[in-house]
Design a protein around this ligand. Structure first.
Ligand code: SHN
Ligand code: NAI
Length: 221
């Protein structure tokens, strides 16, 4: 398995099945701004409320190959192995990326356990060997990585944007971030110790960082 981050914004993701597993996949897709179509005679309460809010399209019927038209990603998440096999076969034939919830060996992609802190994403996979271990590691990461990591990522982005706009930059960016990113800055961000952050950044960069900090503070008072 080779991990990648897919841009699914505004792309159609078709989920066959409407149980708990389908619902979990749908929620993950919506977080990443995917356009979701669910095909299933029945759906969970959770899916129903997403459908009622028009966050998800529902084809209230059994799977038919035409349901895959226009898809970028396909998920087979029914409880019937014959349906699972048919969706897998049709998606493969159409050259689509396919996740088969009951058959890791048939998946062309698998879904990792994931935490998100702003633009920071941490995903955990076990090559399909133990999703429960993946979920366990995800829970640990949730405790270890708080919302301050969203701030750190945002701040680094604001600083990096400026660095990349300047000339003679490549070596510099790497060296500067080695100096900027240490454990203390994570603590300062958690505690909103803006003065310490400002002092540290200005001593490394040798320039004022009022603009970047103003943006960050406005977003995270
Ligand atoms: C291959 C893969 C395909 C895919 O779905 O993408 C797959 C396959 C299977 N899962 C099964 C079971 C469970 N899956 C979970 C949970 C999750 N499963 C997820 C991913 C994956 N599951 C992919 C591999 C990822 C990896 O590399 O590890 C997570 C990470 C992501 C997500 O689904 O969003 C999400 C946790 C999210 C989180 O908590 O953060 C739980 C726990 C629970 O439900 O609480 C159980 C019960 C306990 C257990 O079995 O371990 C079964 C047996 C079905 C049966 O027996 O009927 C199969 C089929 C098989 O293994 O044959
Ligand atoms: N990959 C994963 O993370 C996990 C996978 N599984 C596997 O995922 C599958 C689904 O699990 P659950 O959601 O718990 O099952 P479930 O029984 O709650 O839901 C099955 C869904 O499939 C729908 N369905 C049945 N026939 C259909 C058809 N012809 N066309 C379209 N939809 C149809 C049903 O209406 C129902 O909504 C099972 O095969 C299970 O073994 C189970 C746990 C975790």
């Amino acid at each position: 398995m080779y991990p990648v981050c897919l841009d699914i914004a505004e792309r159609l993701c078709v989920v066959i099945g409407g149980g708990q597993v389908a619902e979990r996949k749908v929620r993950g897709l919506l977080i990443s701004a995917g356009v979701v179509r669910v095909v299933s005679p029945e759906v969970t309460r959770g899916l129903l409320s997403l459908i009622e809010n028009r966050a998800v399209e529902w084809r209230q019927k059994k799977y038919h190959p035409s349901d895959l038209e226009g898809a970028f990603l396909v998920f087979a998440a029914t409880n019937l192995s014959t349906v699972q096999a048919a969706v897998h076969r049709d998606a493969r034939a159409a050259g689509l990326l396919i996740n088969v919830a009951n058959a890791p060996q048939l998946c062309t992609f698998q879904v990792p356990a994931t935490i998100r802190r702003g633009d920071l994403t941490v995903s955990v996979a076990t090559n399909g060997k133990s999703p429960a271990v993946a979920a366990m590691v995800r829970k640990r990461l949730e405790r270890e990585f708080g919302e301050e990591w969203a701030l750190l990522t945002r701040l680094a982005f604001l600083l990096r944007e400026q660095m990349l706009a300047e000339e003679d930059r490549n070596m510099e960016v790497k060296n500067l971030f080695q100096k900027i990113l240490h454990d203390d800055i994570v603590d300062w961000l958690r505690e909103r110790q803006w003065a310490n952050i400002q002092q540290h950044l200005e001593s490394v960069l040798g320039r004022p960082v009022d603009r970047e900090l103003e943006i960050l503070i406005k977003e995270n008072p």
